[in-house]
Design a protein around this ligand. Sequence first.
Ligand code: AMP
Length: 595
Amino acid sequence: MTTDTNAPIEADTADAVTAFSDLGLSDAVLKAVREIGYETPSAIQAATIPPLLAGRDVVGLAQTGTGKTAAFALPILSRLDVSQKKPQALVLSPTRELALQVCEAFEQYASQMRGVHVLPVYGGQAYGVQLSALRRGVHVVVGTPGRIMDHLAKGTLDLSELKYLVLDEADEMLKMGFAEDVETILADTPDDKQVALFSATMPAQIRRISKQYLNDAEEITVKNKTTTSANTTQRYLMVSYPQKVDALTRILEVENFEGMIVFVRTKSETETLAEKLRARGYSAAAISGDVAQAQRERTVNQLKSGKLDILVATDVAARGLDVDRISHVVNYDIPIDTESYVHRIGRTGRAGRSGAAISFVTPRERRLLGAIEKATRQPLTEMQLPSVEDVNVTRLARFDDAITAALGQQDRISAFRDIVGHYVEHHDVPEADVAAALAVVAQGDTPLLLDPAAERPARRERPERSSDRSFDRDDRAPRSFDRDDRGERPERRPRTTKPMSPYRIEVGRRQRVEPRQIVGALANEGGLSREDFGAIQIRPDFSIVELPADLSKDVLDRLVDTRISGKLIEIRPDRRSAPRRDDRDERPARKPRHQ
Ligand code: AMP
């Protein structure tokens, strides 16, 4: 069963772009990928999916953030036999958090398939939930090795029909002391299963495990051959996801840019963000692979001629774009491949000009930043979010510049000079007051300066909590009083007398979220008490939660990394859809599938 691994294959999407439709995935999976908005497969996906679909064992050297979850989930789902109720796929993850994320990803990728059941299995969660789900039938189990071993020992997990085994973040699992468990699971599952092993590093122990337990595995690494232009300065800004629009707006205010490309990860985001920028008064347009060629050319010409200043684009749409005016590239979403990073920032600093690249990095993406620095062999400089004062200094400088420029138009000035002189003479008002009054007319209702008291977004992100990657192997009680699934929560929460405000979170019916999960997560991570919760409305793609109107920024900061069902909740005040008093909806959402 065991032979040596093949010579490594280097994955590189930048040179030859593959389409998802060329990889051999099933129609339902392709449709889901299209719906999510991924444009092209990442390097690791393009290299890994075909051999996995062909039934080969694979060893992939890939870090979190490179798209490796889809690299194994898409081929598994493409070949899943939904009629078979015993687990067909097992994914071993080092932490509970990663297991939940992987489950969430599987469910997203299976959104166009009927009746696929994915079950997270980890220590700290009550056995009852896992057992009843397993009894009903589960196709994919994603779990931490310790708890999977417990189930195997108890005879509650039947892996006799297992076809696919994935070791996710194998090096992390070994670091956490799971080597023995992992080897036992590898040895005690059917011989003819297919194995995919993903790891950011390849220590000797992993090499030995892959030699011993994998069959003629194809080894795939993501190629790191990259160079970046010397005339482009590279900076990064730590932001949380909900702060990104505000951060971009401030950067647009203070950076002296001529033309800019803002890169986002999905096609749908190009349009959404371009619309937000237009609403803030910028001339911005979106291009993605979905935009017809003629329209794309028109947009690029507008950018060249200066009719347009900001292009919001995906990697594919901006490939090869050559416009000298582009002084700035902003990676609104940091790219998942280092080669994409190099291609993106190569759009600026052209024709001998200097360029600037700014990458937004959320706390979870720190590792991607490290990979980029390693691959480009250049450190990126951390920048701070421009403060209100920075913005105001720039606005005043622009105001002065506008006066200076207008004074240069002597013909028009002289026509107005008489009118103003006439006013001064007849109203006995100092000329400076008249000039100020004219500035008020010119400015309209929008204040010239930002209010320093309204310094909202945090200027520095707090460091990633070490607990993010912690895993409790034992069966300690769950940290959250609401995550133990014992169903003791009364249907209605007591009405609170505090003044409340609506907050929006980006999980909804689609994630099969229930009010008690929301209360549990927010209470647990934000330090809120049950009395802090008002009405909760669960909508298809998001939910509105009433929380105290005087909720402090500290609480919101603590919730920056919070996930429910593996998805970042991106909590923020909701100004549009305050729950109506007569519409307090505490309907339990549909029962989640086997969770
Ligand atoms: P992972 O490395 O699997 O944790 O994925 C990192 C992030 O990249 C996740 O937010 C995915 O949704 C996203 N992602 C995965 N594949 C692609 C793709 N082909 N194009 C754009 N984003 C992707």
